[in-house]
Design a protein around this ligand. Sequence first.
Ligand SMILES: O=C(O)CCC(=O)C(=O)O
Length: 323
Amino acid sequence: MRTLERTEGWRPGDDPGPLRERLVADGYLYLPGFLDPAEVLAVQRELRAVLAEVGWLADADSLRVGADDLRFTAESFATVYPAVQRVESFHRLGCHPELAALTGALLAGPVFCHPARVLRLAPPTAADGGYFTRAHQDFVVQHVTTDALTLWLPLADCTARRQGLRVLPGSHWNGYLPTDASVGGARPLYLDVPWDHPDWATADFRPGDLVVFHSLTVHGGGPNTSDQLRLSADIRYQRHDDPMRAEWTHPHGWPRTPDWPELTGDWSSRAWIEVPPEVPLVPLPTGVPYADILRDLHAPPSRLLATAGAGHPDQGTRDDPDE
Ligand SMILES: O=C(O)CCC(=O)C(=O)O
């Protein structure tokens, strides 16, 4: 296992050039302490209260699990996930002005945050290693925009026993990779990369840290062999002038997760779930098996990766975006 390379010191208003070059070269940026930890811990506190109420935590004061067989089943999806998706401060954090400033600078244009935000609740797993989230590229869910950036935020400490995100540095240069249809049920999103592949890179993470990665970067989540829940967020940003799958205007997990009118009843603002009206929304084709959609996917040319000089293998991602 390798260690993620740290990038430190960038603040909104600084020249984004060196940061962008590094993202383009490696497929990710690891920015320890990018956000104020107190802001992230405040969200964790609210989530703990909700998770203790639904029985996934033993109490609201720690991340100790409330049972030793926690899993996402139809029942827990119907109760636990809507409960956490209802937490307004989680969505507000996704729209944090510093995250928007960073992604706007990296993508060199006006950006917005996808309203569908993944709140990862990773329960303890068997002690024999393995994945929590299997290897995949986020393009496999983005479909229509290559330059969507995922912002991965630990909402609690991640350590060797409670592992967080892992990435394969440089893997974005291989373009969109065919998924392994034997893994992943109705939506076969995953890649056949062993969990102990020596090129995986990770780190110990703390609330306030941030990892940004490109939609073609192969990544996943490591095992949690602790007795505590691992909490993290996957937040996605893209430019206004790129299209987005229409389903990302809804909450993550919709339609199994209830839609916004039901989740946002007591929110102070709906600004966190607004999509700029000019964003082209592309519905998922109907009547086509998901595996066929994935098989026929091609990553549109990437503006971001085209900013790299010569020297990278061209897998169809670095053409002139205006062609
Ligand atoms: O946190 C994880 O387990 C994986 C994160 C992930 O897949 C993502 O951010 O897209």
